[in-house]
Design a protein around this ligand. Sequence first.
Ligand code: PMP
Length: 385
Amino acid sequence: MNSVIDFDAFVSERARSVDTSGIRRVFELGAKLKNPINLSIGQPDFAVPDAIKQATIRAIESDRNGYTLTQGVPELLGAISRHLGSDVGWRVPSDDLNVIVTSGTSGALWLAFMAILNPGDECIVADPYFVLYPALGQVTGSSVVACDTYPDFRLTAARVEPLITNRTKLLLVNSPSNPSGVVLNSGELRELVDLCERRGILMISDEIYDEFTYDDARENGQCPSPARLTDQLLLVRGFGKTYGCTGWRMGYVAGPRLIIQQMQKLQQYTYVCAPSMAQVGLAGAFDVDMSAHVAAYKRKRDMVLEAFGGVTTVEHPGGAFYAFVEVPSRLKVSGSMFCERAIEQNVLVIPGKVFSRRDTHLRLSYAVSDKTLRAGLDILVRLMR
Ligand code: PMP
């Protein structure tokens, strides 16, 4: 149909400012493949644990299908509160702290940016970064300032401090990291917390991958978290990756009551509430043992490190299910060009450029079967030799 309306003229500057071309290109190339070896997907390959499935089905059958309180259903809020008490030692809710359930971790991050940043304000993030972060800057008219963390991908206070200006409001920390899998240790987190306190900056800690932290990066059996050092930050966590239910859109955010209150107000007028049946179904999730899946992913992580050993550099991923793999400079190709070669060989991986100002790496997800991973690694390694 020939349109008489120039729809393109209707698109806001805000929408236009967000660039999805990097990921779209991988999808377009991938769509042409018959049975790609897909190492590009950022979600677990295991099924939702049966107890959680059944609890969610029961929630639907018992008519928990209407709006919930914007903050979340009491049974899930209670479970989160107990979990945060034992995991990071926060007392939530209290006079100073509060928590809300959000529509995914993305929902929490959107609300945080909307509640905190004015146009022109600045938020510092590590480069490489999760793709949502720069987009959040663009839609709020704020600047997301990339802190180059190559080659070890560690967001250190020494790297962050020179980027602080009088417009810096936020430091967004993501450990374990997407795309590098790097986990910061408590010493590094302590320095970041001190820096934020000293310079009057609010930290957001995006800990969506906290459960996927491997023994070699754990401290006292736990994923290192700045929330154990201070409660003057926004702690963002999710259920999607941990329990394999990314499509249920479930996350939560805890932190200073005053900020959470503003986020809750904005949630009322946007998402309204997180999905009701998923909230009820996940109330028992913290009691579900995911350690066998975590152990399986650690083994896959080791397969990746072993495959690339002696071929190229992979900074040790202590968590998440990604590796950020350097394309050897002797090949004299960019990360993007290498990924196109990989796609020609039927392997889908994402160019590092999608997550970075640099174009020297690729991100692979090892949240796939051993067989798929083995096949993909063999091809990638062959292309790098
Ligand atoms: N933060 C990071 C670092 C992520 O990798 C993702 C998902 N890929 C999200 C947030 C968003 O997760 P959710 O599906 O819970 O919105």
